[in-house]
Design a protein around this ligand. Structure first.
Ligand code: SF4
Length: 317
């Protein structure tokens, strides 16, 4: 199946997925946390899979069955979308629909001018930045042996400096691998150079390729969030909840759950949520007892964050 969804996505609203890489996973990486399973075809060679006309026909047919137009058409295949040599032409044909186009890429092929050229047509591009450190990059992303860390970084910076659409980064954190403070500071400085509209922090939410892969705990996620925001990044968390930072709705419980899924709530903000919603001051403790949120301390300050063990099995789109 070339198309799927639409899938509700906090990043993209209603997103109609396009799987432009057929069959078993074909990728330039074999990430230890990959939720698609083991990389069966490990390659750097861009190749012809579906023709752009096939992709257009599949999208048009899928759209004709939907009651509402999705917010995005998103290339998010079982593998790396830029391995598709027809990506540019497919995007070009789909642009006729008038629906914005998104691509979620691991960024490993951005050193190739043809890949950058294809992605330049997309309205929204997310690039993976798990580790600004060669050893950790190799450990977590397990890149194809012919990829170099310098090449990856150079491609990333070259693309970011010329891309005119909405650029996002995603850092997926794995316990004990890339969740240390020093590494996250390195990541934050690289991402700050890229200057994305949003820097997302995520965690594994489905069974990963390697059983040893564990989610970092709430303290580590909170620390990462603080490091990224201290670096001037507009950081949001993707913990497997479809939270939205909607402000004050009159329902304090919903506001706390939604906000804490997107970013940790500081003590002052929590006070404001309770006051504006005229809610009881015991509500945060009650949500902690219900295991909906967790209290964490960072640099002597109290924060509340969604208890993401509750998000088991919910996918990230
Ligand atoms: S880049 Fe994506 S598809 Fe490829 S191995 Fe990593 S997580 Fe899996």
């Amino acid at each position: 199946m070339i198309t799927f969804g639409p899938v509700p996505s906090r990043r993209l609203g209603q997103s109609l997925g396009i799987n432009n890489i057929p069959g078993d996973k074909i990728c330039t990486y074999a990430c230890i946390y990959c939720q698609v399973g083991a990389t069966r075809h490990y390659t750097l060679e861009r190749a012809s899979y579906y023709s752009p006309e096939q992709i257009l026909a599949a999208v048009e047919e899928h759209l004709s069955k939907l009651q509402a137009v999705p917010d995005y058409l998103t290339f998010v295949p079982n593998g790396e979308p830029t391995l598709d040599i027809h990506l540019k032409e497919s995007i070009r044909l789909l642009m006729q629909s008038g629906i914005p186009i998104a691509v979620i890429t691991n960024a490993s092929l951005l050193g190739d001018a043809a890949v950058r050229d294809a992605l330049s047509l997309a309205d929204w591009v997310s690039v993976k930045v798990d580790a600004n450190d060669e050893t950790v990059w190799k450990k977590i992303n397990r890149p194809h042996p012919k990829l170099t860390f310098e090449g990856y970084k150079e491609g990333l910076l070259t693309f970011a400096s010329s891309y005119k659409g909405i650029l996002a980064t995603e850092t997926l954190m794995v316990d004990g691998v890339n969740d240390g403070a020093e590494l996250l500071q390195h990541n934050a400085s690289l991402i700050a150079t890229i200057n994305p509209s949003r820097a997302y922090l995520s965690i594994p939410t489905r069974p990963p390729a390697m059983r040893s892969v564990k989610k970092p705990d709430e303290e580590a996620i909170n620390r990462a969030y603080q490091i990224y925001t201290d670096a001037g990044l507009h950081c949001e968390m993707l913990l497997g909840f479809e939270g939205s930072d909607t402000g004050f709705t009159g329902d304090a419980r919903e506001d706390i759950l939604n906000m804490s899924a997107v970013h940790p709530i500081r003590e002052e903000t929590m006070g404001e949520i309770l006051r504006k919603n005229r809610a009881d001051s015991s509500l945060p403790d009650q949500l902690v007892r219900e295991k909906e949120i967790r209290e964490v301390i960072y640099q002597d300050k109290k924060f509340w964050i969604r208890n993401f063990t509750r998000a088991e099995g919910i996918g990230l789109a």
